[in-house]
Structures are given as structure tokens and as C-alpha cells.
Design a protein around this ligand. Structure first.
Ligand code: TRP
Length: 351
């Protein structure tokens, strides 16, 4: 993606006392359905940590979107608001820099969702490839209005605060395309030549998709095949030990095929310096799966050590985390209220 147009302005580095160009804003988020795992880390958290210095970063704790699939478990969704916040902070997001926002605490998101819903056809939503894949995955053949419409609500998430860009994985691209369409349509209909709703760009994360421990294509909260950021050392070793390897490599001395091995994929993602060597010693049969797994477990454990240290701090200060979420959400609600004034004025709905 060509994102040069708005990167350029950022390159002018700040000097003390100098007025600087306003920082561009990014917004991204997680559904609060469970703790975050290594797949989230490789796919998005790592990227967020990198981006937080450059952008005004909003992290959405998407509890309303969580309800689209978990409406029968509101307590679980509530519990995970704080868990997901702690996961993000433990991964290295700086509470001084980022704004944590609880989605349900921003009325503008709900209001915009209603207005946007007039601008999207049901057929477009039904043909959204990500909706289709997820509906299959969750076994839905009778979609709720809320689930089918979550990309509309996601457009509200992104636009209530004029986010310039959204760091996302590939599965979210159809939603970004829809978000742009809705924003353009809104502006064309009600903007009178102005951009009331900012048209957002995506910032695609280049990182690979992380397979599940069971060899499934994707590590997932619900699939029971995940290594969590909160897992302790022993759990890490036990889980890696159970990970699926090349099924044709039966004896220790057999030659293996790293292409079909989950463990080698993890080496590639989390131990890139040793990846070539790991593959070579698998192909020649020099190193067995058990030793290869130990090596990986050590590496992942080392990766998780600083994350665990930060976690234990935040877990001991949960009230402070809750306050942080409350403050971020209030700030977001104020920003959203201002946006709604513009939106309602443009739509001839002002009081
Ligand atoms: N749908 C996103 C996911 O499942 C989570 C999300 C909710 C999101 N609102 C968002 C991502 C707004 C980016 C922007 O990963």
C-alpha cells in the first residue's frame, strides 16, 4: 500500500520549542472475548508497539462487537475488557501514550452505526468475504442483524475520532473497503463539499499468520490451540511439546519436512535467526523434534519474560488499569460528541 502521502509529514522531526505537524491518529482494536495469544502478538500487538511513537494511538476494547458472537455471555465479555487492556499494556503499549477506549462507553459509535446502516445494503454485507468465513467458522446459518452489521459498527469505531489509518491484518481488508465506501457516501450525501467523515486508510501488518498448536491454519481463542501471552514457563514448554510436527517423521533419526511442521513455522516467526539452521537439521535428521521444540520453547519463554513482568505489575494494579480505561473512554466520548454535532448538523438533525 502506498502510504507515503501522510508519512511524509511525520518525517520532519520535532525540535524543542518548534510547532510540529499534528500527529496522525490510528485506531485499532480487539474483541473482548478472551485473552490475547501469540498470534495476536505476531500479527498486531508487536506492530502497535512500534507505531505508538509515531501516531496518536487509540486502542478499542471492542465489547459491543464481542457481543455479536457472545451475547449470551455478557460476564465473559466484561471480564475480558480489563484482560485485553492488560494484554496490550503487557505487550509494551505505553499507558502514557495510547488511549484505551471501551467501545460501549462511546455513544457516538452506536449513533453513527445507525446512520451508516442506511448507506449499506444487506447484500453487500452478506457477500463480505470475512463475514462469510466467520459465519461458517461459528456455524451460523441464520445470521443476526448485529453480526451481519458489525462491519458497519466497525466503520463507526474508526470514524468517530477521525482516525487517519487502521493497522489491521488481511482478514479486515473487506471491512476497510466498506468503511471507505460508507465515509465517501456519507460525505457525498450530506457533506456539501466537506469531508465530515474522514476516509480511513489501512496499514497492513506484514507479519505472517500464526498456525494453531494443533496445526490448524490459525491460532484462535476459541479453537483451544493457542499459546497465551499470559502462559507461564511450564505451560509454554508443555504446549510446545504437544505441537503438531511433520506427521511422517516418526523416529528421531527420520528426515523431516519443515514445510509441514508447525514448530518450524514458529521458529520462523519467533526465532528467525536460527530458522535456516533449524530447517537444515530437520531435513537431515540431525536434530529430533523433541530437541527442536525445547529450543523453540526457550526462545518463546524469553520473548514472554518481559511481557510477564509487565503483566504482573498491571495485575497488581488493576484499579489503575480500570481508571486508565475510564479516562480514555471519557476522552473518546467527548471526541465522539463533537463529531456527532457535525454529523447531525450535516444531516439536518440538529436541535
Ligand atoms: N474486528 C476486529 C478483529 O476481529 C476488531 C475490531 C473492532 C477493530 N473494532 C475495530 C479493528 C476497529 C480495527 C478497527 O480483529
Amino acid at each position: 500500500m502506498d502510504d507515503g502521502w501522510w508519512r511524509q509529514e511525520e518525517k520532519q522531526t520535532k525540535k524543542k520549542g518548534e510547532t510540529t505537524m499534528k500527529q496522525k491518529r490510528i485506531l485499532t482494536g480487539d474483541r473482548t472475548t478472551g485473552r490475547l495469544h501469540l498470534g495476536h502478538y505476531a500479527g498486531s500487538l508487536q506492530n502497535r508497539v512500534r507505531l505508538q511513537d509515531e501516531y496518536d494511538t487509540f486502542i478499542l476494547l471492542a465489547d459491543v462487537q464481542a457481543l455479536t458472537t457472545h451475547f449470551e455471555q455478557p460476564e465473559l465479555v466484561e471480564k475480558n475488557i480489563c484482560e485485553v487492556a492488560i494484554d496490550n499494556l503487557s505487550a509494551g503499549l505505553d499507558p502514557e501514550k495510547v488511549t484505551l477506549v471501551q467501545q460501549s462507553a462511546v455513544p457516538a459509535i452506536a449513533e453513527l452505526t445507525v446512520f451508516y446502516s442506511m448507506l449499506v445494503s444487506v447484500n453487500v454485507l452478506r457477500h463480505n468475504p470475512t463475514i462469510k468465513t466467520e459465519a461458517k467458522q461459528y456455524g451460523y446459518d441464520d445470521l443476526t442483524y448485529g453480526f451481519l452489521g458489525y462491519p458497519v459498527s466497525q466503520t463507526a469505531d474508526i470514524t468517530f475520532c477521525d482516525a487517519d489509518a487502521v493497522p489491521v491484518g488481511e482478514d479486515q481488508l473487506p471491512h476497510m473497503e466498506l468503511a471507505r465506501k460508507i465515509a465517501r457516501r456519507f460525505n457525498a450525501l450530506y457533506g456539501d463539499g466537506r469531508e465530515i467523515i474522514k476516509v480511513p486508510q489501512e496499514l497492513i501488518s506484514q507479519s505472517p499468520r500464526i498456525a494453531g498448536l494443533d496445526g490448524a491454519a490459525k491460532m484462535g481463542k476459541s479453537a483451544n490451540n493457542a499459546l497465551y501471552l499470559s502462559d507461564g514457563r511450564e505451560t509454554v514448554f508443555a504446549k510446545i511439546k504437544s505441537a503438531v510436527t511433520d506427521p511422517n517423521r516418526i523416529r528421531r533419526t527420520d528426515r523431516g519436512n519443515p514445510e509441514v511442521c508447525t514448530v518450524s513455522q514458529y521458529h520462523k516467526a519467533f526465532n528467525p535467526e536460527e530458522y535456516d539452521e533449524v530447517c537444515a537439521s530437520c531435513r537431515s535428521g540431525a536434530v529430533g523434534c523433541a530437541a527442536c521444540k525445547e529450543r523453540l520453547a526457550e526462545r518463546i519463554d524469553a520473548l514472554l519474560t518481559p511481557i510477564r513482568e509487565r503483566r504482573s505489575y498491571y495485575e497488581a494494579h488493576q484499579d489503575a488499569v480500570r481508571e486508565l480505561i475510564a479516562a480514555g473512554s471519557e476522552k473518546a466520548a467527548r471526541i465522539g460528541a463533537r463529531k456527532m454535532e457535525q454529523v447531525k448538523a450535516a444531516m439536518h438533525l440538529a436541535l
